[in-house]
Design a protein around this ligand. Structure first.
Ligand SMILES: Cc1cc2nc3c(=O)[nH]c(=O)nc-3n(C[C@H](O)[C@H](O)[C@H](O)COP(=O)(O)OP(=O)(O)OC[C@H]3O[C@@H](n4cnc5c(N)ncnc54)[C@H](O)[C@@H]3O)c2cc1C
Length: 403
């Protein structure tokens, strides 16, 4: 049977490899090379899986997702990576290739695909798919026909052009839940512009319409538009969803999470290191660009003395330093996002096979599906597993054909 995989990214490459045992597989990729997102993943190191691969790390609560990422499937995909030569380097549960290079993951996948006879055709942009006694795939390089199609075209995130996968699936009567950027920088009405570029370990809490949604801690990067950094990304997808629904999204930041009581800490510090200005009291505990910026907000002069500040001013400084409120109004958009949240309703896909429940022999994998995870290897993990399930099912279906 002829299988066409559309998209040579994470899920498409794995799907093509798995499907190739009992099928003739063609993989159509619009770029000149496969796997651009694999290459940039994990800062070029490819965080490809996580040892705690559980539903709590995804923004989707669903038994269908639980079934897709079950332990057997996790074991099988890790076994697959072992078989194609990837040795894991596991740091705090985060899987990287021992080489610490994404390219080794991509090369291992493309080599395996080539050994298995997958015909990878690059520079081929699919712009439409219809069904007429088989699938007709229209591309800039002419039409292709196949019995089965695996749609692995990814989401709008990162690429210059938006994914047309959603449109194609809509034409096959699939439900597309609203798609918003995920794992992305956040734009605020009140960025700390004069502290732009400062990185600081902080605690962050996201409130939506005054309701606590989630919290995260780690390194925040202050920018002239708002905030960035992995701990911001972890909250960003929920914030983006809320913004889409016109909810009010506020991120509260404690810039000194290591201090229990900021005011009494400063009282003691002022007594311990004598004859210091306010600005000098901050030396050694906070980047001066940030402390100056926060002092400016409180109208405190840098050469003021701690003892001379009124209780009201101290209390304001305490609030600004331990509970700064960034009012989030936007994200940095799809081009800067690592993933998308939203996509094809998971309820319309068979979780054992990734075959559409609406159109026979149409398979859907990876980010096109309305499933997104946190940073930590969850998104690639989901892409590999869904690609594996689709490819395996086509093999099982067609076992008898080739044998
Ligand atoms: C900067 C960055 C860092 C990331 N880091 C990590 C990480 O460390 N760990 C992690 O788990 N996840 C990470 N991700 C997310 C992860 O890369 C994606 O979730 C994953 O690649 C999705 O796999 P996919 O197969 O669905 O789509 P993709 O990998 O995006 O593949 C889609 C493929 O389809 C092709 N295509 C699209 N449209 C067409 C068309 N019309 N015709 C033909 N081909 C087409 C594309 O060119 C692409 O090759 C990162 C993402 C980014 C952007």
């Amino acid at each position: 049977m002829k299988v066409i995989v559309i998209g040579g990214g994470a899920s498409g490459l794995v799907a093509a490899i798995y499907a190739s045992l009992n099928n003739d597989v063609i993989l159509l990729e619009k770029n000149s090379k496969c796997g651009r997102k694999i290459l940039v993943s994990g800062n070029g190191k490819c965080n490809y899986f996580n040892s705690d691969f559980t539903i709590k790390h995804f923004n989707t609560e669903s038994d269908i997702l639980k079934s897709i990422i079950n332990k057997n499937n996790q074991d099988e995909i890790l076994n697959f990576f072992d078989k194609i030569g990837i040795v894991p380097n596991i740091k705090n549960g985060y899987y990287y290739p021992m080489s610490n290079q994404s390219i080794s993951v991509l090369e291992s996948l493309t080599k395996e695909a080539s050994i298995r006879g997958v015909n990878i055709i690059t520079d081929t942009n699919v712009y439409d798919i219809s069904y007429n006694n088989g699938y007709v795939i229209k591309t800039n390089n002419g039409n292709y026909k196949s019995d089965s199609v695996i749609l692995s075209m990814g989401s709008h995130a990162y690429y210059k052009e938006k994914s047309i996968g959603y449109e194609i699936l809509k034409n096959f009567n699939h439900t597309i839940n609203p798609v918003v950027p995920g794992l992305v920088q956040l734009v605020a009405t009140n960025p700390l512009k004069s502290a732009s570029g400062v990185r600081i370990d902080a605690n962050l809490t996201l409130y939506e319409d005054k309701k606590l949604i989630n919290s995260s801690s780690g390194e925040v990067q202050l920018t002239d538009y708002g905030i960035s950094g992995i701990c911001v990304f972890q909250l960003s997808t929920k914030a983006a969803r809320g913004l889409y629904l016109n909810k009010k999204e506020i991120i509260h930041i404690n810039f000194v999470p290591w201090i229990d009581n900021f005011l009494s800490y400063m009282d003691k510090r002022n007594k311990k290191i004598k004859n210091r200005t306010i600005s000098e009291l901050f030396d050694g505990i906070m980047n001066y660009k940030l402390s100056n910026s926060l002092l400016d907000i409180c109208n405190i002069k840098y050469n003021d003395k701690w003892d001379n500040l009124s209780d009201k001013t101290k209390s304001k400084l305490n609030k600004i330093i331990t509970d700064y409120e960034f009012e989030i109004i936007d994200t940095k958009g799809f081009k800067n996002a690592q993933v998308c949240s939203g996509g094809v309703a998971i309820t319309e896909i068979n979780p054992n096979t990734m075959e559409s429940l609406i159109k026979k022999n149409l398979y859907i994998t990876g980010e096109l599906i309305d499933v997104d995870g946190k940073c930590g290897g969850y998104n690639l993990g989901f892409a590999w597993i869904t690609g594996m399930l689709a490819g395996k099912d086509l093999n099982d279906k067609n076992k008898t054909d080739k044998s």
